[in-house]
Design a protein around this ligand. Structure first.
Ligand code: ANZ
Ligand code: ZN
Length: 871
């Protein structure tokens, strides 16, 4: 079968028959199957993409055959920095770069035979799409969900441009290597924190990998604690700390303020120490914020010559500033309890602060002790359990009006301003008279100017006067446009809604279409988006719901993370230079072989290593399949039927749980079986349909060979018939093949040239013992109880055998057969097989009953496992 002929042949037929066009009017149940859309880069598809999309396509095709109305769209996350950088480098326009990449990606995807509905495609860089970002922005603004505040940016003084974090390495600009400065800039934010609690609660309801759910929860970072007000000694200044451990308040050694906290300046004003404090603060600000909070980071602090008054004891407590306290978490001030917190402990050791234990663990332990216990040396709270004490101490503080229960979240508002050209212009105008003026909705879209210069200096938008200079929508006076564009995560925060009706011109999406299709039933993508993209999309979904656009709470019901494809031990990517392109593999092995390999090699969630041998293995799979169809057809017997329906059951269940490799393994096994035995018409039909989601082109060709009307992929998924599945057949096959491989194993291990082979089949009472074990095992899993129960029966006389074999049997209960054939039946089957064995091994093979032989070897025979004597 020449894939370079059949692949285009069937793709053409599918397209002509419009097989994958979607309708919202269908009576079938809907299934929205979605892969994270790609960034259109110029380097084309590699095997990592092939794996990703093949998995999604297989699910889509399977669901169609299961009778679902499937929406399976593909589009392009087309804005972003790489296109702008490429434009600077190659002196082109980001739009041209992007369009070229989209065309080439689309072609590759089509060649892969992916069953997307191409009528439903979109690219985020066109005004038909991004105008709705602008509309949402204005609505968010109205609701207080968008706002402006200053935030620091990385600034390259020589390129005169803002740098993204990933463009800064070791504090230097990636292009010119100048030292990067931190500048404060007014920027736009989305108030995602307003939804913190709902975003957290919603996680529970999602059918997502636990790992990703945990990451979402940690990112939101809810923390229930207490604020405690400390008065500065001889002053009216109040220092409010946030703590999750108010129960440790009697063990406080000092208060520590984030160095950049404005109150620090207030506290040291006019004091001789002020200069030194300034120096310290500047030093800390140069440290990376993320690492400042890490446990391993060296703690650096200084005493600022000021004391606070302990709210319970009235004692003086020194006030420090230190790098490990962050400005934007809690209140930016902490109470340090060295005996019960690791960071505080390190800090106290370094600066010789007292370490006062106030929580006593149940068992003696060394400090710092960070868990629960009983309070000691804690005034009226001494003797109280730490958990209870948290509530009592908070209550006492609340009554005295010097504290309160509070909840903190780690999640921060979403900074969406980018000082870049290739993104959605933010629809805001600055007027000297009227201030910040939103562009009226009727004036949308604010188009990106086609003409702009990509020099690498500054923001091209800000350097385009035709864009910047405008009139104020309110007073009509001269005004300037916002030149920041939106983070591309805004585009991907709602694209799944747009897919339902991408040609809509008057609104972001058709509400009925969204109602019909949403939520996405199956979302597929990489774990690298575990936090940002998924969180932003969930936030948008909730915000748009509250704005009346949609009426669902969560966009993605189920999520699947596919593993990476690696080569030479590293993730396959252009930057690693280890890419195997789709084209290479396509030419060498054919598209379906490539698809097969990506799914056959491992469970889709696992990382895999690309190998040419593996690809050749899949190639042979395909050839075996062809041979099978070329063989003369026979009539099916009950054993064949059982085999085929067992396969079908495995494939069906595996497809429901993303175990695509398991599905293919079982088809492969079935093909082997049919190959040996000769295949019948019906079995070939079922094999073809079962393979259709995986290797769709070959399946169509085989379907045609069977004389069937096109198309295999539009047939109903064959249902397995439980009644046709008889495990005895499987057991027999297994017995025949495992016995042969055992014989071969011994021959190979002992390097023998056999003259004669004898197989001893175990005595019947051994089968009785096995079945008794099985029966008792179903009642209790306790070894001793099983042993006692069996020894209480007639089988007791085989005590030695039982005590010897029971541990082995129970060590792998999964392998315990649910039934056994018995000596007579096993001997019968093996006697028939012995002829084949003899031919293959080129020596006579005899089957003997254990009790009929005096051979000591015979004694080791077990049910399902003969004793083998080679002479
Ligand atoms: C006293 C204390 C005693 C604390 C103790 C812990 C253990 P999570 O759970 O992450 O919310 N903290 C508060 N604000 C901080 C800031 N801006 N920068 C650095 N650390 C800060 O952690 C809350 C705990 O982290 C708080 O409880 C505080 O230390 C510290 F035995 O207060 B704790
Ligand atoms: Zn104005």
């Amino acid at each position: 079968m020449n894939q370079s002929v059949i692949v285009p042949k069937w793709q053409k037929k599918w397209a002509e028959a419009k097989l994958f066009d979607t309708s919202d009017k269908s009576k079938k149940p809907k299934f929205y199957n979605l892969e994270m859309f790609p960034y259109p880069s110029a380097s084309g598809l590699h095997m990592g993409h092939v794996r990703n999309y093949s998995i999604g396509d297989t699910i889509a095709r399977y669901k169609r055959m299961r009778g679902f109305n499937v929406l399976y769209p593909m589009g392009f996350d087309a804005f972003g920095l790489p296109a702008e950088n490429a434009a600077i480098k190659n002196k082109t326009h980001p739009r041209l770069y992007t369009e070229k990449a989209i065309t080439s990606l689309t072609n590759s995807m089509k060649r892969l035979g992916l069953s997307y509905d191409w009528n439903k495609t979109l690219a985020t860089c066109y005004p038909e799409y991004y105008r709705w970002n602008q509309l949402f922005f204005l609505r968010f603004l109205e609701k207080g969900l968008a706002y402006r505040k200053t935030a620091p940016i990385n600034w390259c003084p020589s390129c005169k441009t803002v740098l993204a974090n990933e463009q800064v390495t070791d504090n230097r600009c990636w292009r010119c290597e100048s030292t990067v400065e931190i500048k404060d800039l007014e920027q736009w934010f989305f108030r995602i924190t307003k939804y913190a609690e709902e975003l957290l609660d919603g996680v529970d309801s999602l059918n997502w990998p636990d790992r990703i759910k945990t990451m979402q929860r940690n990112w939101i970072g809810k923390s229930v604690g207490t604020q405690i007000d400390w008065m500065v000694k001889d002053s009216n200044t109040k220092l409010t700390v946030f703590t999750t451990r108010p129960d440790t308040v009697f063990g406080v050694s000092c208060l520590v303020i984030a160095p950049e906290h404005p109150i620090v300046q207030e506290l040291v004003k006019g004091k001789p120490i002020a200069k030194e404090v300034d120096r310290f603060v500047n030093n800390v600000l140069l440290q990376e914020k993320f690492s400042r909070a890490s446990e391993s980071k060296e703690k650096e602090g200084m005493f600022i010559e000021c004391y606070a008054v302990h709210p319970f004891t009235g004692k003086d407590v020194p006030v420090y500033i230190a790098n490990f306290v962050l400005m934007d978490y809690g209140t930016g001030i902490i109470m340090a309890v060295p005996a019960h917190d690791t960071r505080d402990y390190d800090f106290a050791k370094k600066y010789s602060l007292p370490i006062v234990q106030v929580i006593k663990p149940a068992k003696e332990q060394k400090l710092p002790f960070v868990d629960e216990g009983t309070l000691i040396d804690s005034g009226e709270f001494t003797g109280v359990a730490s958990e209870t004490a948290r509530a009592s101490i908070t209550k006492s503080l609340t009554q005295k009006k010097i504290g309160r229960a509070t909840t903190n979240y780690k999640i921060r508002d979403w900074l969406l301003s980018r000082q870049r050209y290739w993104g959605t212009p933010i629809p805001i105008v600055y007027c000297a008279k009227c201030g910040i003026v939103p562009v009226p909705e009727k004036d949308l879209p604010i188009l990106l100017p086609e003409k702009a210069e990509f020099t690498g200096q500054g923001n091209p938008l800000a350097n385009t006067p035709e864009f910047v200079n405008t009139h104020c929508p309110k007073c009509k006076g001269p005004a300037k446009r916002e030149t920041d564009t939106m983070d591309t995560f805004v585009d991907s925060a709602w694209y799944y809604l747009r897919y339902t009706s991408p040609k809509e011109l008057k609104q972001p999406f058709d509400k009925d279409a969204v109602k019909y299709w949403m939520p996405v039933n199956q979302y597929i993508g990489g774990a690298e988006h575990a936090v940002s993209h998924l969180l932003f999309a969930r936030f948008f979904c909730k915000a748009l719901r509250d704005l009346g656009f949609i009426d669902i709470d969560e966009p993605f019901q189920s999520l699947f993370n596919q593993g990476m494809v690696c080569k030479d031990g590293a993730k396959m990517s252009k930057s690693h230079g280890n890419v195997v392109s789709q084209e290479d593999v396509e030419e060498k092995y054919g598209i379906d072989t490539a698809r097969l390999f990506m799914m056959f090699i491992a469970s889709p969630g696992k990382d895999i290593e690309w190998s040419d041998e593996g690809a050749q293995g899949s190639y042979r799979f395909v050839q075996r399949l062809e041979d099978l169809f070329a063989n003369k057809h026979v009539k099916a017997d009950k054993a064949t039927e059982s085999k085929v329906h067992t396969m079908l059951k495995t494939v069906t269940n595996a497809l429901e749980t993303f175990e695509l490799n398991k599905a293919l393994l079982s088809v492969m096994d079935c093909i082997d079986y049919l190959d040996k035995k000769g295949a019948d018409e019906k079995s070939l039909e079922i094999v073809t349909l079962a393979l259709s989601p995986f290797i769709p082109h070959i399946a169509e060709e085989l379907w045609e060979k069977l004389g069937k009307k096109p198309f295999a992929c539009t047939q109903e998924w064959p249902a397995y018939d439980e009644k046709k599945i008889n495990p005895v057949f499987d057991y027999e096959d297994e017995l025949v093949s495992s016995t042969l491989s055992d014989i071969r194993g011994i021959i190979a291990m002992k390097k023998l040239t056999p003259a004669k082979i004898t197989l001893f089949v175990a005595e019947d009472w051994k089968y009785d013992v096995y079945m008794a074990v099985r029966k008792e095992f179903e009642k209790t899993k306790v070894f001793k109880e099983i042993l006692t129960a069996i020894m209480a029966t007639d089988l007791k006389k085989h005590g030695e055998f039982i005590t010897k074999n029971l541990p082995k049997l129970l060590s792998d209960p999964g392998k315990m057969p649910s039934f056994l054939l018995g000596q007579k039946k096993e001997a019968e089957i093996l006697t028939i097989a012995a002829e084949t064995y003899a031919k293959e091994l080129k020596c006579p093979v005899e089957v003997v009953l254990e009790q009929k032989s005096g051979e000591p070897k015979a004694k080791i025979a077990l049910p399902g496992k003969v004793a083998i004597l080679i002479s």
